[in-house]
Design a binder for this molecule. Structure first.
Ligand SMILES: [Zn+2]
Length: 534
């Protein structure tokens, strides 16, 4: 069996098989049924949205001997000769490679002869915006007075490049980007006809990468099938073939960037390189991830606008809460500029490294937006008490001494916390989290999502995931000096609020132990409250 690319094999044979362009298909079918056919059509829209497929269907439908509900029958001699591309009635021209006035003159010459079979001569000009000015002028003359049996279908991805004189003579149809769900559904049908086992998640992923283009989706699916011939198409295999990076990796990278941790960023880049991912795609995907965060921050219900799997949706919503809008906008700006440059660069890795440093260290950039970031970094240092003030003063002996003054509330005398105290702290957890937010918004959000528990006289904070846990424990280094972690700051905040010295620990995840502890905590709280009433 000869191998036929999926998008050729499954090119729609009837209007009902065209996906995601219902508004266009309905109008065209109505015209066909009423026999009110125009002489010039303009199909606009991004690549792979079905412009050429619909043009070919229309060309067949106007000539078909026995159309069914406006669609071509596919069986009559006219339909079949068009399918075999032997018909003189349908002429296709790719203006991307044939854009001269001579190419258009050939078309105009052949339009002078009425069709020998069927009723219409249909000229399909793809990428019509590529035509030269003289070619457009020649075309315009024919469009002004076309023979009754001639139909022009002009297709373009860049409608703004079409002269207004041409536009005004065409019926315009805008092809929409096809939604992920529609594409995924179509891919599922294909896989079922091909009899290939698959995970829905895998198809959904391909659909998302295709970004509204059915043709891209089908050729991506082709790539994946070809790579694992005879095997089931799983999500992991799709990720393997398409060289995609997991959302979790982006989340970690963003945290490193936010922490100003350049070596952490470089480690992730290493990971990405070692797994054989394509770097251009990596940059585009990271920008896409940030865009999702920004969207999630900007709308009331992110689940309505983001097309993500359930797990990724949860992660994105959580990460969006901790990210700052201005920061995201600055990052997206840098990355989209990078993704333009990187495509043809030979030193891709070097380029990415430089840009990651720019992101992580706003002090290396001098424009206004990075200034906001630099202020944020300074504010955090001040609020966290990690800002070291060096004072030089003369003492009695007249020698110059250098003294470091560092803010630390735990210098004052604190009472050792009892298990009951810790339970009280756990009970007022949201209050503690909101107290953190004036010092560190990221920490506050992670704490709000965390579960506190009392274990052996210690306050143990269980974070939602290991990423949160690592971020809370992370100690940044400035000029070789280790800065307090967010956990250290949390300990100070709790001490300030309660006057207690509390032993603390942290964990992550919703494991069984954690849930059990939560129950114990609740029970103990009840007892404790009763005692208090007594
Ligand atoms: Zn037919």
């Amino acid at each position: 069996m000869s191998y036929l690319a999926l998008y050729r094999k499954y090119r729609p044979q009837a209007f009902s098989e065209v996906r995601g362009q219902d508004h266009i298909v309905t109008t065209l079918k109505n015209q066909l049924k009423a026999e009110r056919i125009g002489h010039a059509y303009l199909f606009c829209g991004t690549r792979g949205t079905g412009k050429t497929s619909v043009a070919k269907l229309f060309a067949k439908a106007v000539n078909c001997e026995s159309p069914v509900d406006g669609s071509p029958c596919g069986k009559c001699p006219v339909c079949q000769s068009i399918d075999r591309m032997t018909s003189m009635n349908v002429v296709e021209l790719d203006a991307a490679s044939n854009n001269s006035v001579d190419n258009i003159r050939d078309i105009i010459d052949s339009s002078k002869y009425a069709p020998t079979e069927g009723r219409y001569k249909v000229f399909i000009i793809d990428e019509v915006h590529m035509l030269s000015t003289s070619a457009f002028n020649a075309l315009l003359k024919t469009l002004e007075e076309p023979p009754a049996y001639v139909i022009f279908i002009l297709a373009t991805t860049e409608v703004h490049k079409i002269p207004i004189t041409i536009l005004s003579r065409c019926q315009r149809y805008d092809f929409k980007r096809i939604t992920t769900d529609v594409i995924a559904g179509c891919l599922k049908d294909l896989m079922e006809s091909e009899g290939i086992e698959h995970e829905d998640k895998a198809l959904k992923y391909i659909a998302r990468v295709a970004d509204g283009s059915m043709r891209d989706a089908e050729s991506l699916l082709d790539q994946c099938i070809a790579f694992y011939i005879g095997k089931a198409l799983t999500y992991d295999r799709v990720l393997e073939v398409l060289g995609s990076v997991d959302v979790e990796v982006f989340a970690r990278l963003l945290r490193f960037v936010g922490n100003g941790d350049v070596s952490g960023c470089m480690n992730i880049l290493d990971e990405v390189m070692q797994s054989g991912r394509e770097l251009t795609q990596f940059v585009t995907d990271f920008a896409g991830y940030l865009r999702n965060l920004l969207l999630a921050k900007s709308v009331d219900d992110p689940t309505e606008v983001l097309e993500l799997s359930k797990e990724n949706m949860e992660l994105v919503i959580h990460e969006a809460e901790v990210a700052e809008k201005e920061q995201l906008i600055r990052y997206i700006g840098i990355l989209s500029e990078l993704s333009n440059r990187i495509r043809y660069a030979s030193q891709k890795r070097l380029l990415i490294e430089v840009e990651l440093i720019k992101l992580a260290r706003p002090e290396t950039q001098e424009d206004y937006s990075s200034l906001l970031d630099r202020i944020r970094v300074l504010e955090n240092k001040l609020e966290n008490g990690s800002f070291t003030v060096k004072t030089a003063e003369r003492d009695d002996e007249g020698e110059t001494q250098s003294e470091e003054a560092s803010f630390n509330p735990s210098d004052t005398e604190l009472t050792k916390a009892l298990p009951e105290d810790i339970l009280q702290v756990a009970e007022h957890w949201q209050m503690i989290a909101s107290n953190m937010s004036s010092k560190d918004k990221l920490a506050a959000t992670m704490l709000a999502d965390a579960t506190p528990a009392e274990e052996n006289g210690k306050l143990v904070v269980y974070f939602k995931n290991t990423l949160d846990l690592e971020t809370m424990r992370y100690k940044r280094e400035v000029n070789g000096v280790e800065q307090p972690s967010r956990m250290d700051i949390l300990k100070n905040v709790i001490s300030e609020l309660t006057g207690l010295d509390i032993m603390m620990d942290a964990g992550s995840g919703e494991n069984e132990r954690n849930l059990k502890n939560r129950d114990i905590r609740k029970r103990k709280q009840v007892n404790f409250n009763i005692k208090k009433i007594d």
